[in-house]
Design a protein around this ligand. Structure first.
Ligand code: GRF
Length: 206
């Protein structure tokens, strides 16, 4: 059986991308990387992917002025050219239009650093802390037209430790992301419908 091919979208450091690539390399995820794409040509993630022999390309969104649809068309073309079956957004910091979202309906995942539906958007840990949340975490969900919405496929949660600063929280939750995303993608590749009915839950007792 041929393995599905995963396209990974990044904008920065790429630690979640590496967690997904590791899990494909060791067989935890029964899929193979197709391409890594970044909207930022200087994203460290591109070099990290290339160092592993993965096709890695930058498509500078600024070259498209403010035409998001044209940028999305270029992304879509690159993903299709690489024979992508499933798209995994891993710290991809661009809002996408239906040009990208519609063709991947039911086949595009994203990781978000909060327990959705709470705290969509940016600065999630700081906002959760200010709101007095006792439990924080991260979510992998399907991508739909609404930002940080879409069916939840998995969540990982941890208790806020008193006096913990944002940097420490960020590190701790990112470690959870690296457990959650490969587990969710592995289950998604195996049986997306089963996963939709039975999302993955990871509870970290710190
Ligand atoms: C992660 O916190 C992820 O939840 C968010 O962007 C960040 C990406 O980090 N969407 P990295 O590039 O994977 O290290």
């Amino acid at each position: 059986m041929t393995k599905p091919r995963i396209g990974i979208l990044v904008s920065g450091r790429g630690s979640n991308m590496l967690a997904l690539l590791d899990a494909m390399a060791d067989g935890t995820i029964a899929a193979e990387p197709a391409i890594v794409l970044s909207n930022d040509l200087a994203a460290p993630a591109l070099e990290k992917a290339a160092a592993r022999g993965i096709r890695a390309e930058g498509i500078d969104h600024r070259a498209f002025k403010r035409d998001r649809a044209a940028f999305d068309a270029a992304l879509l073309a690159a993903l299709q050219d690489a024979g992508t079956d499933i798209v995994a957004c891993a710290g991809f910091m661009r809002i996408m239009t239906p040009v990208m979202i519609a063709p991947w309906a039911g086949r595009m995942l994203n990781i978000h650093p909060s327990l959705l539906p709470a705290f969509t958007g940016l600065n999630t840990h700081a906002r959760a802390r200010t709101a007095g949340c006792a439990i924080l975490g991260c979510t992998v969900h399907e991508v739909i037209d609404d930002l940080d919405a879409g069916h939840i496929l998995g969540q990982a949660a941890t208790a806020y430790q008193r006096e913990e600063d944002i940097a420490a929280l960020d590190t701790r939750i990112r470690r959870l992301e690296h457990r959650l995303y490969p587990a969710v993608l592995a289950a998604f590749v195996a049986d997306p419908e089963a996963l939709r009915h039975n999302p993955i839950a990871i509870l970290d007792y710190g």
